[in-house]
Write a protein that binds this ligand. Structure first.
Ligand code: NDP
Ligand code: N5H
Length: 257
């Protein structure tokens, strides 16, 4: 079994800074020998992505701006990648957004606009990206998205993001069904809470960490590196029989009632 990702190219979407889960994934894939392509929403974070990627020794990464609310931008991004590198072997989709004011209080108060925004960025984008990327995965591929327990169970304050993650999880399964014949696998990693820019300032985040120390089987939070290594497994041939799956990288928290 060849565990090296040398000679393979992966697109990593959603690095905002060094705490990003996408950055943990990028480092694991890089250590395995992969060539990396980064996409970022807009120039606000483009600079920091490039500075971070410069710290990866021995490879030259490529960068593309891609706001996933824009269909044309997604199509254009993957057309450019096709022109620049040809074939890709996988995508890490690490993108989510909901209006901050909807991430506390009651889900009942979710606005139409807030509902649509969360689904547009956090769920539909996976389908749009998979469709645009399919022609580039001529040797098969692996698409990995990031989800959270709040899509399977009610988690206080997660609210509209929980509903969007349920939609993302179902999209992942339908995409796995459609793309299996092209030897493209689609899976999700359900990560336990990690302190990232997204999570900064959202209500209840500290309380969630107290719960983890007390109740989760491993009695500690998980790290970006642990999520990154599971993404490496999903990108590698070790997982060649796995598609349509949600793998929990949460120290076992989801099994505890
Ligand atoms: P980050 O804030 O580091 O990453 C979120 C990313 O989403 C940013 O890079 C942001 O890009 C990107 N994004 C938002 N809107 C758009 C858009 N319109 N187009 C393109 N990109 C966009 O947070 P995380 O690493 O925590 O989040 C990554 C994924 O992991 C998300 O799906 C999240 O739900 C999931 N997750 C996180 C957990 C956690 O505890 N942190 C737990 C379980 C799942 P930009 O910065 O350029 O705006
Ligand atoms: C139960 C919890 C805690 C409460 C809910 C948190 C939900 C967070 C997810 C969304 C994606 C956060 C978000 O959209 C924040 C934005 O409103 C404001 N932030 C930004 O705009 C920053 C600058 C950019 C970079 O952020 C994004 N997203 O673009 C859940 C936690 C225990 C686990 C968790 C944090 C899950 C998750 O999905 O991220």
């Amino acid at each position: 079994m060849n565990l090296s990702l040398e000679g393979r190219t992966y697109v990593v979407m959603g690095v905002a800074n060094k705490r990003s889960i996408a950055w943990g994934i990028a480092r694991s894939l890089h250590e395995a020998g992969a060539k990396l392509i980064f996409t970022y929403a807009n120039e606000r974070f483009g600079k920091s992505v490039k500075e971070l990627a410069d710290t990866l020794e021995g490879t030259e990464s490529l960068f593309y701006e891609c706001d996933v609310t824009d269909d044309e931008a997604i199509i254009q991004t993957f057309e450019s990648i096709q022109q620049d590198v040809g074939t890709i072997h996988g995508i890490a989709h690490c993108i989510a957004f909901a209006n901050r004011e909807e991430l506390n209080g009651e889900f009942l108060n979710t606005s139409r606009d807030g509902f649509l925004t969360a689904h547009n960025i956090s769920s539909y984008s996976l389908t749009a990206v998979a469709r645009a990327a399919k022609p580039l995965m001529t040797e098969g591929g692996s698409i990995v998205t990031m989800t959270y327990l709040g899509g399977e169970q009610v988690v206080e304050n997660y609210n509209i993001m929980g509903v969007a993650k349920a939609s993302l999880d179902a999209s992942m399964k339908y995409l796995a069904s459609n793309l299996g014949k092209d030897n493209i696998r689609v899976n999700a990693i359900s990560a336990g809470p990690i302190r990232t820019l997204s999570a900064k300032g959202v209500s209840g985040f500290n309380k969630v960490f107290e719960e983890i120390d007390r109740r989760s089987p491993l009695k500690r939070p998980v790290t970006q590196e642990e999520v990154g290594d599971t993404a490496y497994y999903l990108m590698s041939d070790l997982s060649r029989g796995v598609t349509g799956e949600i793998i929990h990288v949460d120290g076992g928290f989801n099994i505890v009632a």
